[in-house]
Design a protein around this ligand. Structure first.
Ligand code: TAP
Length: 481
């Protein structure tokens, strides 16, 4: 029970100019798709926000042709310095229109405005700034001799960070001289379509960026199109595997950023209050719809009771509700489908014998919601310790020694990220070396920087995004054929 109530502090929607319907963005213009149109809704209220065109395989073909023409005639001939100017221009427009992007993202995705305002949109702009700086320095990025673009890149992204994932994909592709056809997720197309307007505003040459909306079949049409040179995909491991199978034996290259089941490891010498904040940021940030979320909490046995008590106490102060309210900590679950998946896995956790606890906070009547939930008494074989829940649910396990922590942390098909909380620098280094995870955070969690490569081991995918390593995925090197 909260000690006092907050007055509502809603961010105004007036800054967003929603159109009743949106077409596809092909060759610098909005055109109608030839597939069935679909609606995008606000997951917090179930209000219909707009009607969205679905791109059929024929529309994808037009987009790929536009991207190829732009690549051949303009973009591959332009100097890196000039490409960089466009990227800087886009980055500055994103900053100027940051509030509009943040409100639109929150409306379409359900995430709290304070996160879209303070994380998604500024980090997206930072990716364009960062890659603008590389555009004329690729020769010096130690990528190998004679780095050159692949050509046309097909990019398919998920719904959890729609704008940020778009930036992770488009900024390095453009900086390295590729042109793109990008598909946002079916439930979150609006910021990608606003980004299309930014491309027009920046006077980006038509065809360099093409945005095609639709569901999985549109994504598949991109993957299967013979005119695509490289696929960059972020999403589930299941779809990632299907893409790898689909392009096997073709000349297409791919980077796959897939799921995760990260361990957030708390040692008995960690500052417990900070660690509790880190646990909360690790799993309740963005409703837990985070591929690198710290969804498996590993706590040293001697402090397990204390961590559990402090975590539960702190969770009761989280504010769940209207994502547009500036005081909201946990927003809406992105879709009914995702809510069903979370509910099923939580039921499986209880059925398998783990103890479920939630904050008991009130939830809005409309929309898709799930209370912050903690499972204790979790064993490694439980589904909630193995499968990605992708929701505001943490599974707590214990360990006694650092070796046991490593063994348990690595006992997953995934390997995207991990967190370590301890006072000892030497232990951090030893642990980081043992953990099979692409990113290891020490005494922090969920920090992202465009200069830092991000990506996974094992079923979390292959390839890196961000930093110099991320550039490498967008170039071929060596003598030209
Ligand atoms: P998916 O169902 O895999 O969807 C990802 C994207 O692929 C969406 O745009 C989706 O379209 C599209 N898609 C679906 N089927 C396809 C197919 N057969 N061929 C080509 N594209 C297809 O994942 P999701 O549910 O949106 O996102 C959640 C998952 O993404 C989680 O597992 C999470 O861990 C992972 N994720 C990973 C990362 C990184 S960086 N590793 C980041 C974010 C999310 P529709 O949505 O329109 O159907």
């Amino acid at each position: 029970m909260s000690i006092f109530e907050y007055a509502p502090a809603p961010e105004s929607r007036a800054v967003v100019n929603l159109r009743p319907s949106y077409g596809l963005f092909i060759n610098g213009e909005f055109v109608d798709g030839t597939g069935e149109s679909f609606k995008t809704i606000s997951p917090a209220t179930e209000e219909v926000l707009a009607e969205i065109s679905e791109a059929s395989a024929a529309d994808v073909d037009l987009a790929v042709k536009a991207a190829r023409a732009a690549y051949t005639r303009v973009w591959s001939r332009m100097s890196g310095a000039d490409r960089g100017k466009y990227l800087y221009r886009i980055a500055r427009i994103l900053q100027e229109r940051a509030r509009e992007f943040a409100v639109l993202e929150t409306l379409d995705n359900g995430k709290p405005i304070k996160e879209s305002r303070d994380v998604d949109v500024p980090v997206a702009a930072a990716h364009f700034f960062y890659h603008a700086g590389w555009a004329d320095k690729l020769e010096y990025a130690a990528l190998g001799p004679n780095p050159r673009p692949h050509g046309v890149v097909g990019q398919v992204i998920p719904w959890n960070f729609p704008m940020l994932m778009l930036a992770w994909k488009i900024a390095p592709a453009l900086a390295t001289g590729n042109t793109v056809v990008l598909k946002p997720a079916e439930t979150t197309p609006l910021t990608a379509l606003l980004f299309a307007e930014v491309c027009q505003q920046a006077e980006l040459p038509p065809g360099v960026v093409n945005i095609v909306t639709g569901a999985g079949t549109t994504g598949q049409a991109i993957v299967d199109h013979p005119g695509i040179d490289k696929i960059a995909f972020t999403g589930s491991t299941g779809v990632g595997k299907a893409i790898a199978r689909a392009i096997a034996g073709t000349r297409k290259k791919a980077t796959l950023e897939l799921g995760g089941k990260a361990a957030n490891i708390i040692f008995d010498d960690a500052p417990i209050d900070q660690a509790v904040e880190g646990i909360i940021n690790g799993i309740f940030f963005n409703q837990g719809h985070v591929c690198c979320a710290g969804s498996r909490l590993l706590v040293q046995e001697s402090i397990a009771d204390e961590v559990e008590a402090r975590l539960k106490r702190r969770l009761q102060t989280l504010r769940v509700g209207d994502p547009l309210d500036k005081n909201t900590d946990v927003g809406a679950i992105n879709s009914r489908g995702q809510l069903t998946r979370i509910t099923e896995l939580v039921a499986a956790g209880e059925a398998e014998g783990a103890q479920r606890w939630d904050t008991g906070c009130p939830l809005p009547d409309k929309g898709f919601w799930f209370r912050p939930t903690v499972f204790t008494g979790v064993s490694q074989t439980h589904r909630i310790a193995q499968e990605e829940i992708f929701g505001p649910v943490v599974s707590m396990l214990t360990f006694r020694t650092p070796q046991e922590a490593v063994a348990k942390a690595n006992n997953t098909p995934y390997g995207l990220s991990a967190g370590i909380w301890t006072d000892k620098g030497s232990r951090i280094l030893w642990m980081a070396d043992q953990l099979r995870a692409g990113v290891v955070w020490a005494n922090t969690f969920n920090r992202f920087d465009p200069a830092s490569p991000f990506g996974g081991y094992k079923e979390s995918g292959y390839g890196r995004e961000g930093g110099r390593h991320g550039l490498a995925a967008y170039v071929v090197t060596g003598e030209s054929a």
